[in-house]
Ligand binder design. Structure first.
Ligand code: ARG
Length: 470
């Protein structure tokens, strides 16, 4: 069965009977969703094949009719795969009328039987869930790919240390690997949220009819099994108008976007001449049309910027859903474009972030220089005084004074003389210099979750085991 050219250009209206006048052209354009819901075509075909089988089991179609519908639907899939522009050329209202219209043109009355007991309301709710399920699986794969890239980047630089910041002021030294694994933690939570959303969306609305349920003895459990759903929905009014899954996916992707934008911001800063901790690969950088020396981190800036449209999609759908009466309302057609865009955007951000992380060049000596300046070991000295028996608050005060002396002399704490330390705290001995080294500061953070090389090494192993090989 090929696309009958002459009939593909004719719109197959699903609801013409009670109308006398035709549709206004501008309104038709405004009303149509095929230009975007065409993405659901394979989900719609899959759902329709299951529905045809369920109708046959219920005795509403002969086996021969069900078989010709199944084959007809498979041929539509083949035709669209071979020539996706068929969807753009079609004048149909939406993807559902595109598929059904084609079947009716090809199969006549058999095609006209497919919609028995079904509404576009339970149909679109089913199609969209099927589509989202596949997309969630690839987003999870993308998130895991990026986590792997961070873990391997961490493993490649086991000793590189840089300043850890609070308020963007140097605080305490941390391993570069520890910073990479911080993003892995965020992304692992994003992954868990998507997996959780997938569980909740994986229930079958089909069989809810337009709003009240279905009057025919269709086996919904069979349909759920056929389409890979874990359960069937239990309230038809809710089932046709529930778009919680759209909100949940957009919320999870918004948060993932926020995480990616924080990472992007960090590495944009680290890549600036002021920090010079790392350099992005040429393959993910661009130049300036005017300033010949420029190498710009556009990849990271776009990742940071694109978060805005995903968050916008979340706010959009929440606003659309707010105060919608039971059950289906056409407002719900507005559920798709933002989600399509958010998923495409998130997938792109994940792919590019993975390239950035896998190809970045790290400058451990620059990181180390920065970590050695600015009293990042002041807390070590206060901890040393605690070990010597001083109350922490007293130690904090002593170290503050020592920092002021060092600032006046223009040196670091470890450059002060022992007698200068002892003038303020006689308990200080010559062993103080050991605790002031960068290595000692790192090694001391030995509790689970700390930045000691041992702990970070264990975390790398834990994440590798969790993420597996590609
Ligand atoms: N294109 C519609 C949507 O995306 C399909 C459902 C239309 N249902 C209806 N009763 N008009 O929401």
């Amino acid at each position: 069965m090929s696309a009958p050219q002459d009939t593909n250009s004719a719109s197959h209206q699903l609801w013409g009977g009670r109308f006398e006048g035709g549709i206004d052209e501008a309104f038709n354009h405004f009303n149509r969703s095929l230009p975007f819901d065409k993405q659901l075509v394979f989900a719609d075909i899959r759902g329709s094949q299951a529905w045809a089988a369920a109708l046959a089991r219920a005795g509403l179609l002969t086996n021969a009719e069900a078989e010709s519908l199944r084959a007809g639907l498979a041929k539509i899939a083949d035709a669209v795969r071979a020539k996706p522009s068929l969807l753009d050329e079609s004048p149909e209202e939406d993807v559902h009328s595109f598929v059904e219209g084609w079947l009716i043109r090809e199969l006549g009355d058999t095609g006209r039987k497919l919609h028995t007991g079904r509404s576009r309301n339970d149909q679109v709710a089913t199609d969209f869930r099927l589509w989202c399920r596949d997309e969630l699986d690839s987003l999870v794969a993308g998130l895991r790919g990026l986590q792997r890239a961070f873990v391997e980047r961490a493993a490649a630089h086991p000793t590189a240390a840089l300043p850890g910041y609070t308020h963007l002021q140097r605080g305490q030294p941390v391993l570069f690997a520890h910073t990479c694994l911080a993003y892995v933690e965020m992304l692992a939570r994003d992954e868990a949220r998507l997996i959780d959303a997938r569980k909740r969306l994986n229930v079958l609305p089909l069989g809810s009819g337009a709003l009240a349920g279905c009057a025919h003895p269709v086996d919904r459990a069979f349909l759920a099994k056929e389409l890979g759903f874990d359960d069937v929905t239990h309230n038809s009014l809710d089932a046709v108008s529930d778009r919680d899954f759209v909100v949940e996916i957009l919320a999870a992707l918004s948060l993932a976007g926020v995480h990616l934008s924080r990472f992007a911001e960090d590495w944009i800063l680290y890549g600036s001449s002021e920090f010079a901790f790392l350099e992005l690969d040429d393959s993910v950088s661009t130049g300036s049309s005017l300033m010949p020396q420029k190498k710009n981190p556009d990849s990271l800036e776009l990742i940071r910027g694109k978060t805005g449209r995903v968050v916008g999609g979340l706010v959009g759908i929440l606003t659309t859903l707010k105060a919608l009466p039971l059950a289906y309302n056409k407002d719900l057609q507005e559920d798709k474009e933002a989600l399509f865009d958010a998923i495409r955007t998130a997938a792109g951000c994940l792919a590019i972030a993975t390239k950035v992380v896998s190809s970045v060049k790290i400058r451990p000596e620059k990181m180390r220089d920065a970590a050695l300046k600015g009293f990042l070991n002041a807390t070590e000295l206060a901890d040393y005084l605690v070990r010597k028996g001083l109350p922490f608050r007293t130690g904090h005060e002593v170290v503050g004074k020592l920092v002021r002396i060092a600032l006046e002399k223009g040196v670091e704490l470890e450059n002060l003389e022992l007698k200068e330390f002892q003038a303020l705290a006689p308990v200080i001995g010559p062993d103080v210099f050991e605790c002031l080294t960068l290595e000692a500061a790192l090694k001391a953070k030995a509790l689970v979750g700390g930045t000691s090389p041992q702990r970070v090494g264990e975390e790398i192993a834990r994440h590798r085991a969790r993420l597996g090989a590609k």
